[in-house]
Design a protein around this ligand. Structure first.
Ligand code: ZN
Length: 278
């Protein structure tokens, strides 16, 4: 059993704005910085109706680093017009990422339940391929995030690290990589092997943490705080770090349960859980 060092400080701690959903960008930035959080992953909804330049300055003036923009993807559709719209939307996401200084856009690749997963996967291949020239021009990468198979019906036809690695190999582009989210991949018996493969290829861009809370009451919005569930987070972090990964540990929790509580208390609980269980 490998020994994984404890996280004794918050220098590599990043929060996703959706984790503290009730807080608008200004409040989130202020609270994260005051709590000693160093990174922020911005969800696109948090930028709606805002000046991107002002948002970028707000974040950097607070001493926070933009870790990534969430999210692009949703490429597949049985309707060709919708597939074109999805590509246009991803190009807009790339522009936004460049404007706020995000080094990559995280992709929830998508799936259309009216067609086979095989068709959806082909359309994901086509959609990503159509965006990479612009990605490279802007200096912004695309990070494929494999999603748990319970989302294969309508959210993503890419469900394992192996599939994400295979897709990256097939497209073989320097601006394409992978985001590893423990919530989606913890169950996979090939996880360690595929994390190593991803790291060896220089494609492991991001690492997302939370926990698998039981019983799962909502497929989307019942993620647990680290330590509330059964994911071997620290062990997986060890595998990720063994590849040479020195990036942020991004706390991404969608939770109706936690969103109902006071966000200051939740932030304090995240900081404690980050040290104790991550
Ligand atoms: Zn994630």
């Amino acid at each position: 059993m490998q020994v994984v060092s404890e996280l004794t400080d918050t220098s590599r701690l990043c929060l996703h704005t959706i984790t503290t959903k009730p807080w608008p960008l200004e409040i989130a930035v202020e609270k994260y910085a005051a709590a000693g959080v160093h990174g922020i992953t911005v969800w696109r909804q948090w930028l709606e109706g805002k000046s991107l330049e002002k948002s970028r300055r707000l974040i950097s003036d607070a001493g926070l680093q933009v870790v990534s923009l969430c999210r692009g993807g949703f490429f597949p559709s049985a309707n060709a017009g919708k597939r074109q719209e999805a590509i246009a939307e991803n190009l807009r996401a790339l522009d936004e990422a460049a404007a706020i200084g995000a080094p990559w856009v995280v992709l929830v690749c998508g799936a259309d339940p009216s067609q086979s997963l095989i068709d959806s996967r082909q359309q994901i291949f086509d959609g990503i391929s159509a965006c990479l020239e612009q990605a490279q021009k802007l200096g912004v990468k695309l990070a494929i995030e494999p999603l748990h198979p319970m989302y294969a019906g309508d959210r993503s036809a890419i469900n394992t690290m192996k599939q994400a690695n295979d897709l990256c190999e097939l497209i073989d582009h320097p601006f394409l990589g992978v985001a590893v989210d423990v919530y989606h991949v913890w169950w996979d018996p090939d996880l360690q092997k595929e994390i190593e493969r991803c790291g060896r290829a220089g494609r492991l861009l991001a690492f997302h943490i939370c926990d698998w809370h039981l019983p799962v009451e909502d497929l989307l919005n019942d993620r647990g705080l680290m330590g509330e569930g059964c994911i071997n987070i620290r062990e997986i972090r060890g595998w990720v770090e063994q590849t040479g990964f020195t990036g942020f540990n991004e706390v991404e929790i969608f939770s109706n349960r936690w969103w109902k509580t006071d966000m200051d208390d939740f932030l304090a609980a995240i900081l404690a859980a980050y040290r104790r269980h991550s």
